[in-house]
Design a protein around this ligand. Structure first.
Ligand code: A3P
Length: 327
């Protein structure tokens, strides 16, 4: 709603302008706003503004549910699954909002809403409020970390994240000729130079916190959900406080939600074939179609040389060492 829009905040612009800037490269590799290095994390200037405002003024409710992810790790899917699970008693599947709305229109992206002066949107979400973030755990407002609200985190093999990110950037920047080469994009990604990078710190922080407080953070892996969607849909429903009843299970409601949220189904809805923006609150043109590509495991094999894959795997293994986490 237009009346909810206030002036985009600028209070942190001066500080942000002093932070290390992404390296100058002959062709763009980051999408939209340039990346700045803030406390070891590369963040687009605008999102950092939103994150800092959010840190100052966001008040979490104990019933809030946050969907957290590194970009291109399955956020769209997690949004669709959680939204349809939460709303299943008041939205019949044949008239479901996901038939007419992209998942990103159903679940607000926190730092973007705060960055663009739309923070009041958050206040009008019915309880339990469902919201999403790409922020690393340590940058979340204390109010989220300290309250009993819940966080669902999704992660994915970083090699497939990189490939997904590469295709996403091509769509936004206008094709492979308009951006850094794949080899260069790969190098940057391995240096942590991608929105909210480095990816390994992002995953590890949520992992460590989920081990410490399993009742607070549900840590899910994209590849596992793809393999056993019904099992994870039930786990998700249980975690967010609305488990499927025996009657629902017998009526195959879980399977219907899984089907509704499958990439095949979502991609085919007219709303998601629309080249219109997924959300009006960003000046970077991100069409609704951009969020659906293949949705497969191992697409990196058709883009990376075995040496590139091995180098990234070794890097991640070193970073994950001792954590108990494996790709
Ligand atoms: P690929 O580019 O490998 O196909 P995010 O939602 O975090 O931006 O991640 C985008 C990735 O999730 C893309 O991966 C996209 O195709 C995939 N995706 C989108 N919707 C999905 C769904 N409903 N089920 C499984 N994967 C999905």
């Amino acid at each position: 709603n237009i009346h909810l829009i206030e002036k985009p905040p600028q209070e942190h612009d001066a500080v942000i302008a002093t932070l290390p800037h992404e390296p100058v490269y002959e062709r763009p590799f980051s999408i939209g706003h340039p990346l700045r290095l803030y406390k070891g994390v590369w963040i687009a200037e605008k999102m950092l503004q939103g994150a800092l405002v959010m840190q100052q003024c966001f008040k979490s409710h104990p019933t809030d549910i946050f969907l957290a992810s590194f970009p291109k790790s399955g956020t769209t899917w997690l949004k669709a699954m959680t939204f349809s699970t939460l709303t299943r008693t008041n939205c019949s599947l044949d008239k479901h909002p996901l038939l007419t709305h992209n998942p990103h229109q159903c679940v607000p992206y926190m730092e973007l809403e705060f960055a663009t002066g739309r923070r009041q949107i958050i206040d009008v979400i019915p309880s339990p409020r469902l919201m999403s973030t790409h922020m690393p755990y340590f940058l979340l407002p204390d109010s989220i970390k300290e309250s009993s609200c819940r966080i669902v985190y999704i992660w994915r093999d970083p090699k497939d994240v990189l490939i997904s990110a590469w295709h996403f950037a091509q769509k936004i920047l206008g094709g492979p000729d308009k951006m850094a080469t794949f080899d260069q994009f790969y190098e940057f990604f391995c240096q942590g130079l991608y929105s909210f990078g480095p990816i390994w710190n992002h995953i590890l922080e949520y992992w460590e916190e989920s081990k410490r407080r399993p009742e607070k953070i549900l840590f899910l892996k994209y590849e596992n959900i793809l393999q056993e969607p019904v099992k994870y849909a039930k786990q998700l429903a249980h975690f967010i406080g609305c488990p499927f009843s025996k009657t629902e299970e017998n009526e195959r409601v879980v399977e219907q939600i899984v089907e509704l949220c499958s990439i095949k189904k979502l991609k085919d809805f007219d709303v998601n074939k629309d080249s219109d923006r997924a959300t009006s609150s960003t000046d970077v043109r991100i069409s609704k179609t951009y969020f659906f590509r293949k949705g497969e495991v191992g697409d990196w094999k058709s883009h990376m040389t075995p040496e590139m894959a091995e180098r990234l795997d070794t890097l991640i293994k070193e970073k994950f060492e001792g954590s108990g986490l494996q790709i």
